[in-house]
Write a protein that binds this ligand. Sequence first.
Ligand code: GLC
Length: 567
Amino acid sequence: MVNTPSTRTRDGAGTRTRDGAGTDWWREAVIYQIYPRSFADSDGDGIGDLPGVVARLDDLVALGVDAIWLSPFYPSPQADAGYDVADYRDVDPIFGRLADADRLIAEAHDRGLRVIVDLVPNHTSSAHPWFVEALGAEPGSSARDRYVFRDGRGPDGDQPPNSWRSVFGGPAWTRVDGPDGTPGQWYLHLFDAGQPDLNWDSAQVRDEFVAILRFWLDRGVDGFRVDVAHGLVKQADLADWHYPEETTSGDHVDQPRPPMWDQDGVHEIYRQWRSVLDEYPGQQILVAEAWVQPAERLAAYVRPDEMHQAFNFEYLEAAWTSEAQRTVIERSLAATEAVGAPTTWVLSNHDVLRHATRLALPIGAARPRGIGANDPQPDTALGLRRARAATLLMLALPGSAYLYQGEELGLPEHTTLPDEVRQDPTWRRTDHTERGRDGCRVPIPWEADSPSYGFGPTDASWLPQPPVWAEYALDRQRDVPGSTYELYRTALRLRRKLGLGAGRLRWLESPEDVLAFCVDEVTVVTNFGAEPVSLPPGTEPLIASGPLNGSGRVPTDVTVWARQRVR
Ligand code: GLC
């Protein structure tokens, strides 16, 4: 029987609006991303696992989130930390067993938490039985047709079929030996060579993913985060792309659309998936991970008969200035409103520098792909101050918000990881020029004085935790007024109580370096400028991301939620 969270034990956002009317839970949900290998380790092998997640569910209820999204836990050689899936219908032994996934879904539902799993449809692992079969099959065979195999260029076919580059560095093609052992065709991999791209023109591929959706829907999941949703369909001619440094994403608005991203053909796939989800009772959702700009193009993914949400990476990337923030908020709201979808907001995930570090970098500079011990080290205090202000601003915005594990502790990026422990394929594939994403993936601290800071029962941790983690541990912050954890907890409680996720935003007049708006009865002020500013007359603070100054004014890099003063 499918266990759904329909009988919720808590006054959960999304099940009811303030006036008691039913609503779509996902339109205003706060969704917490769990990166399973770094969340909680139950067996002491240094890698987090599903039983570890189950044991920490009460902590997530206490934090006050509505749903969890788990990064992949499927059987995988872990060439890209599980985003290389060898079997879409099971759990990798390092994370547990299928029964643990079932238990996790049931236990989460018992607590009123919804569960979203990761679906990786752009590519499989090279260890997937389909790819193994393709390697042993002839060019032109149906086994090869599930992937993108092509002959090479040049007289000996020893040049890749086109100029595309892998997102992780190096060419996007690898040559394989033919069944007779001589060099043969090339296969496309937009990511690591261990992640061959599927051919979405193949009916077998399409049918298989519908079956995978049903497999997890039947087990009771509440939705899917769709990995690389903008990549599945490639321009049919696989034309060369002459902006090699821009191969990595579809979000460079001033250039022609890259032939590997955001092709119109992807939408038909999502319409089919939506019709599958709509067959199920409950409100299961599809969430697009699509690095697509501008916002109007992204909004196409969340038209009424496609996905429910798309990550708003334009927001994540917006500079820390009042102008950039206002522009991205306005644009995002308008673009999703035009198609009737909720806007989403996100500041951190497992692919980007944690925002407590990112926001300390020079304002407006390009987002670096990793920071190493010999790079200039960001100002931790400045980063945290801005991160707290950014989060409080984000949690006031109408729509759905995503949190990444550890940000509620104010965790910075690990910026001094020894290079020899790095595991992100980016580091290797860029010939050690880009450090990649390991710094945001370090196992998180729960208890300051326990082995591995409470991550697991032993000292083992697949990436070393810095000693400074003790200061950030949950047990050092719980019930401590002013801690980042308590800021998140209070903000989430107020957001739910005041129905901010379902509110309407109205801008207020403000000085140039200040962002001020109302969401229903709550006034939000963020000060980006050098001088403290007053709250609007007649209002009093409800919650602030940092102390106000002596005369109750809002200092630099602080966000305040305020309400009309009660006389
Ligand atoms: C997505 C994931 C990222 C992964 C890539 C390839 O961008 O978020 O972690 O490396 O897809 O699957």
